[in-house]
Structures are given as structure tokens and as C-alpha cells.
Design a protein around this ligand. Structure first.
Ligand code: PGA
Length: 260
């Protein structure tokens, strides 16, 4: 696991966008795994800007999102379909036929999940999966106690996650209980995992995920088993880590060609 600590979320988001852009430039038909929530929004802004100012080309890129709420139409403003449209897809030249999110309106959930996995495989697997972390340590919507080898399936949100996401729904009571999410096994199949976390609210979850034992109680800790997991943090999210001096030294002494 590579831990990179940046002074603030702006610098961290710029670095994340540079890494994604570098992949898209070297592999124009890259398969990106995307995340929603507050954390990746500035990274998406930077990518949109790179598209606008430098012509970063997404026309052959394929994307798969981690998750979606059950029972929300894609037009519902709090759906992840809508969030992705507003924060990224409407601002870049992505081909809508290459954009995939779990179908929250599915009437046959096991089949929808199976087909999502099949589509992912048919696309050649994910080159880079962008990830946030829940304050309860979740990855995607894999809540504590999720199987560490799970595949795409229905999950039930914890009260903590429903509280964390209440603002988008105008109150906790309106947050759906159920979601479809890629499993931890699905996420671990990505060739690179790029986890972002900002703010003091994430410090405890990051400390457990990065330096604690691998445990289904902290689903993001499974990234310790990934051969290429990169964790980009701001100072506040890194504030619960014990080995920050080591992580900083490693990053500061990397050859410059390895830094982006
Ligand atoms: P956030 O959500 O980016 O809105 O904090 C992250 C997550 O729940 O995985």
C-alpha cells in the first residue's frame, strides 16, 4: 500500500486527477471504476478541466460505478446516476454506451448483479478503481461484516452511513436502506485501487484500514491485500496514522518519473 499525504484536499484531488489522466493518455480505452459521494468531486472537476483545456479524450473510456441505491430512478437527484451525470459525464466526451452503473430499479436483483459482473469481465476488468471510504470503514457500500471476497450484490446500509448521507435526501428518514454494490472481491480485481479520504471525520477509519488488522469489520482494510493500492489523504484524514514520517519519506524520495 502506498500512502501519500498532501497538505489539503485540493492538492490531493489534483494528484488523483493527474494519475487518472496519465492512465487515459497511455491507454485511451481504459476501464475506470468510479465512485460517488463528496470525496471524488474535485477530482472530477479537475478531469473535466483537463478535458476542456488539454483535450483529454474520454471517447473510448469505459466506466463502471461502484454502487447505486435501490428504488431510485436514474432521474432522482440523489441517485448516483444523477450525481455522475452532473459531476462528470455531462462535462466530458464520454460515450453514454460505455457508462455503467448498477440498476437501482431492477426487478430481478440477483440477475442484475450477475450481469454487472459479466459486463465488467467482458470489458476486460477495471484498470483503475477510484474509491472513497465511509466513516464506518466501508468501501463501495460494503458495510462492516461484508464478506472480504464478496461480488456485486444487494446490501443493507448501516444507520451511520444513512446518517452520513442524509443531506442529499433532506433527512435520514428518506435515505434508502438498500443498495446494489460491487463486492470487495470485485473491487480487489481492479488492477489499481486509488482510495481518497479527506477530513478529520475519516481519520479513524483510515487509521484502521491502513494500519489495523485486515478485518471484515473494517472493509477498506482488504486493500492491504491488494498488489497496487494507493491511498491519497489530506493532513486531517492522515492524522490518526502512526507511520506518517515513513510514508512521507518514501514519497519524497521516489524518483520524479514515479510521482504521478
Ligand atoms: P463521502 O462518502 O465521499 O461522501 O465521504 C464516501 C463513502 O461513503 O464511501
Amino acid at each position: 500500500m502506498e500512502v501519500i499525504i498532501k497538505p489539503d484536499s485540493h492538492a490531493a484531488s489534483r494528484l488523483a486527477a493527474r494519475k487518472i489522466a496519465a492512465l487515459v493518455r497511455t491507454k485511451p480505452d481504459a476501464v475506470l471504476g468510479l465512485a460517488t459521494g463528496q470525496t471524488p468531486l474535485e477530482t472530477y472537476d479537475r478531469l473535466s478541466e483537463l478535458h476542456r483545456t488539454e483535450g483529454l479524450d474520454f471517447s473510448r473510456v469505459t466506466t463502471f460505478n461502484l454502487d447505486e441505491y435501490l428504488g431510485l430512478e436514474p432521474s432522482h437527484p440523489a441517485s448516483f446516476h444523477a450525481c455522475m451525470r452532473t459531476s462528470l459525464f455531462s462535462k466530458i466526451n464520454i460515450d453514454p454506451a460505455r457508462v455503467f452503473l448498477p440498476d437501482g430499479m431492477s426487478e430481478d436483483i440477483p440477475r442484475t448483479c450477475r450481469e454487472y459482473e459479466e459486463r465488467l469481465r467482458a470489458a476486460g476488468g477495471i484498470d483503475l478503481q477510484l474509491l472513497g471510504i465511509g466513516s464506518d470503514g466501508h468501501l463501495g457500500f460494503n458495510e462492516p461484516s461484508s464478506s472480504l471476497s464478496s461480488r456485486t450484490r444487494i446490501k443493507t446500509l448501516t444507520d451511520r452511513t444513512r446518517k452520513d448521507n442524509a443531506a442529499a435526501f433532506g433527512g435520514e428518514d428518506n435515505v434508502p436502506h438498500h443498495v446494489i454494490t460491487m463486492g470487495l472481491g470485485t473491487i480487489m480485481d481492479a488492477r489499481t485501487c486509488l482510495l481518497l479520504a479527506f477530513g478529520r471525520k475519516k481519520a479513524a477509519a483510515i487509521a484502521q484500514a491502513v494500519e489495523g488488522p485486515v478485518s471484515a469489520m473494517v472493509p477498506a482494510s482488504i486493500l492491504q491485500m491488494h498488489p497496487r493500492a494507493i491511498v491519497i489523504l489530506d493532513e486531517e484524514a492522515a492524522s490518526g496514522l502512526k507511520r506518517t514520517e515513513y510514508y512521507r519519506w518514501v514519497y519524497d524520495h521516489k524518483p520524479s518519473w514515479q510521482k504521478d
